[in-house]
Write a protein that binds this ligand. Structure first.
Ligand code: G4P
Length: 537
């Protein structure tokens, strides 16, 4: 055998080994459930940061597209990116950011296309909030393995059995508690680790800055009388759970059919180490991902990656665009030339940067499961596949059907070009739907989004990045479904006040003033295609 194939094999083996030790995940939650705090504490437990910063008052904080901006401000580190990568116990974690606010759930949906697992973070008092249910439904539909972490158990909240009930009802999947709280909400002492029936008794540290001292007990009498009493109550509850609940089943979890459940307090650092350990031990590594013909692409195939986010001008000093790619196979090398499967054009991934901890520290190589930001010029869009070797396409990323619409017009005729360039940019990023009316040649574009805050961001960006002064006007539509050309004709003919918009890619969106009109239309027209997600098939 010649030397070349041997090198190739050694390389392939290395890619397989690296893929095996990747854990790529996101935390999805409602704002204020504690995602920023938990992120920071996971970094603390992984040894990626020293002391956790003291949590400062953030009342009146405006919802941002990234909660990490807050983390960045608080810790004085640069986390302007989409991914935090840290290594612990031989495992490389890629934690992807998701904005908490409902108006940015589109971003979360795209992140879900890039992760192998998601942690559902729930506030112990508020439970799963309706705004985030849609995301859980999407995650479930995609079969992503899900873990649930009930946070803020140090404060009064639902009893654990009530919480289990509530989660089972709202998430519509069986939950398997891996840990169980000891001590009532508000007098939280620690958790039972059900895998070995030990009681992890935690002590608070001042301000939650350091790792919480922990005693692991396996029999009564090792702690104080109150510990014993609280432990006994927790065990009684667990007997009930055992009778009616489901035991943890690794395969069911990996298929996304059962949710392991953990309890804790991110602020006090209770249960955070256990959560990190569970992600390390149970969450899947980077596995072969199916191409659009359904064939799984082995991780040691030549390089291929999915673009799941395009962000413009992240750094005002470098007016560039960054594409965030999830590597699905092969080894990423800085400077490598790849082909975009949609356009057939080649491009150099000339500069990759990892933004955690440092400013634009360059990254020389990355492996399946990793997410990297590459600076791009030219036509690269969300959903594009970049590859070397023979052509591969990964399936399109579905988008949520918008529920809010505005017309957008340019106030300054002299900046017509900038206006259109800006709209094209927003459309390419996939952040907002740029639409036009289907039934006439009305030139005024329409923007569609999940919530009004997206429009504010769009208007601001058109102004600051493209110098376009725009005017928006809210349209009266609050429900929409994807339909086809035939469906569009039926919708336009309907006596109810409805309209149809078309996206650049030809997708038709039927819009309705509210859910009731939509449902009535659906009942009257059972044969008309009305889908919740765009590009879901
Ligand atoms: P988010 O990113 O999901 O929006 O949540 P974030 O971490 O910013 O936390 C929201 C609030 O919840 C913060 O309080 C934070 O301190 C608090 N928090 C997070 N985890 C826990 C927990 O385990 N227990 C308790 N009791 N609180 C927790 P805040 O009022 O916004 O700020 P501050 O007054 O605490 O500084």
């Amino acid at each position: 055998m010649s030397a070349l194939p041997v090198i190739a094999t050694a390389d392939a083996r290395r890619v397989v080994e690296e893929a095996k030790r990747r854990r790529t995940f996101a935390i999805i939650s409602h704002p204020d459930a504690g995602k920023t705090t938990l992120t920071e504490k996971l970094l603390l437990y992984a040894g990626a940061v020293g002391e956790a910063g003291s949590v400062t008052a953030r009342k009146g904080r405006k919802a941002a597209t990234s909660d990490w901006m807050e983390l960045e401000r608080r810790r004085g580190i640069s986390v302007t990116s989409t991914v935090l990568r840290f290594e612990h116990d031989g495992v490389v974690f890629n934690l992807l950011d998701t904005p908490g606010h409902k108006d940015f759930s589109e971003d979360t949906l795209r992140v879900l296309a890039a992760v192998d697992c998601a942690v559902i973070l729930v506030d112990a008092a508020r439970g799963v909030e309706p705004q985030t249910e849609q995301l859980f439904r999407v995650a479930r539909a995609r079969g992503i393995p899900l873990l649930a972490f009930v946070n803020k158990y140090d404060r009064p909240g639902l009893e654990p059995l009530e919480m289990l009930d509530h989660l089972t009802d709202t998430l519509e999947l069986p939950l398997a508690p891996l840990t169980w709280p000891v001590g009532i909400p508000g007098a939280f002492r620690g958790v039972i680790d059900r895998r070995d029936d030990t009681f992890h008794r935690f002590e608070r540290t001042t301000g939650g800055a350091g790792i919480a001292p922990e005693r692991i007990m396996n029999a009564r009498g090792q702690g104080d009388a109150e510990d014993d009493a609280a432990w006994a109550v927790a065990e009684e509850e667990l007997e009930l759970v055992d009778e009616v609940g489901s035991a943890f089943d690794l395969d069911a979890f990996l298929r996304g059919e059962q949710i392991p459940l953990l309890f804790g307090s991110a602020a006090w650092n209770f249960g955070v180490g256990l959560l990190l350990g569970v992600i390390r031990d149970l969450a899947p590594p980077a596995l072969p991902r199916p191409a659009d013909d359904g064939t799984p692409r082995p991780v040691d195939d030549p390089f291929a990656a999915l673009v799941f986010k395009v962000q413009a001008n992240m750094d005002p000093r470098h007016r560039d665009r960054v594409a965030f790619i999830r590597i699905n196979s092969g080894r990423f090398e800085r400077g490598m030339r790849v082909t975009n499967a949609r356009t057939g054009r080649t491009l150099a991934l000339s500069f990759a940067h990892e933004v955690f901890g440092q400013d634009r520290s360059s990254l020389d190589e990355a492996f399946p499961g990793d997410v990297v930001g590459v600076v791009i010029g030219g036509d690269v869009r969300v959903g594009d596949t970049l590859f070397i070797g023979s052509t591969v396409h990964f399936p399109p990323i579905p988008t949520l059907t918008p529920e809010s619409f505005v017309t957008i017009s340019n106030r300054d005729v002299g900046r017509h070009k900038q206006f259109h360039r800006g709209l094209e940019q927003l459309d390419q990023e996939g952040v907002i739907h740029v639409l036009r009316r289907a039934h006439n040649q009305d030139p005024v574009p329409v923007l569609g989004g999940v919530g009004p805050m997206q429009f504010e961001v769009a208007v601001e960006r058109l102004k600051t990045e493209f110098g376009a002064d725009v005017h928006t006007q809210m349209l009266p539509w609050a429900a929409a479904r994807r339909t086809d050309a035939e469906g569009a004709i039926k919708v336009l003919a309907d006596p109810g006040a409805t309209d149809v918009f078309v996206r650049g890619d030809g997708t038709h969106l039927a819009v309705f003033p509210n859910r009731f009109v939509l449902e009535r239309f659906a009942q009257r027209n059972p044969n008309v295609q009305l889908d919740r997600l765009i590009g879901a098939d």
